[in-house]
Design a protein around this ligand. Sequence first.
Ligand code: ADP
Ligand code: MG
Length: 278
Amino acid sequence: MSIISVKDVSYKYRDDADEAVRGVSFEVDEGEFVAILGSNGSGKSTLAKLVNALFVPTAGSVTVCGIDTRDEARTWDVRAACGMVFQNPDNQIVATIVEEDVAFGLENMGVEPREIRRRVDGALAAVGMGEFSKSAPHMLSGGQKQRVAIAGVLAMKPRVIVFDESTAMLDPVGRAEVIEVVRRLNREEGVTVLWITHFMDEAAQAGRILVIDRGEIRLSGAPRDVFRRSGLLKQSGLDVPEMTALAQTLRAGGLDIRDDILTVDEMVVELCRLKSAT
Ligand code: ADP
Ligand code: MG
């Protein structure tokens, strides 16, 4: 059964405004890692908030872990099942000590102190921040702060986490740290991930990509299949990963190279194959 089910969903910020999300439908199975790729203003954050029950659809329905987000009595169940990590780490950290920050949500829920201790330690370990439990968040790097924010969400034991451009403000090292942590949570803990991004190479790491443009899903499929459609992506204001673009250029120049290369490693293997074939 799908853990997220979005059916014919539209959303308007005001009655007289255009729809920010328009007729969107998709399903996500438990344990999937799905990227939502779109340029600035395409409707990604609106969609994220619809999945997290921060917004209720103007039309259509969103179901998370079997709960319809229109059911107001269960809004908090949706938010507990589906955590969200935002773009700016500084806006998400509320306490002056890392472990207190991670405990914040649990304290608000009235979880008992021993259980809080256990969950905070577990969550910090899961993001590789155990040794920073007594640190002051403002002393941490952007990537470390974002890992603390993820720990705060993890402590609530969500089955789904929506990341809304959670690496956009980080330097390359911070980006890599966060992606590594999220991939491990998905692989080893079975957390379902909805990864919202405008970075092509991040989307390439997902199991499946949904491309959103002007509020509508234009393309969906495995990264290889999506990035083969560079013409359609351009119309959505998007590009392809660097290695895919290189392969496509070489191919247009007459080299018999695969057109679905995503990474440097794949490029190396393919170039070696071509060399040994000549
Ligand atoms: P993205 O996250 O992909 O950049 P958003 O979901 O934030 O896109 O925005 C989608 C559309 O909705 C844009 O046209 C944007 O201007 C509009 N929008 C976003 N937030 C608001 C808001 N609070 N009030 C009115 N319009 C909004
Ligand atoms: Mg956004």
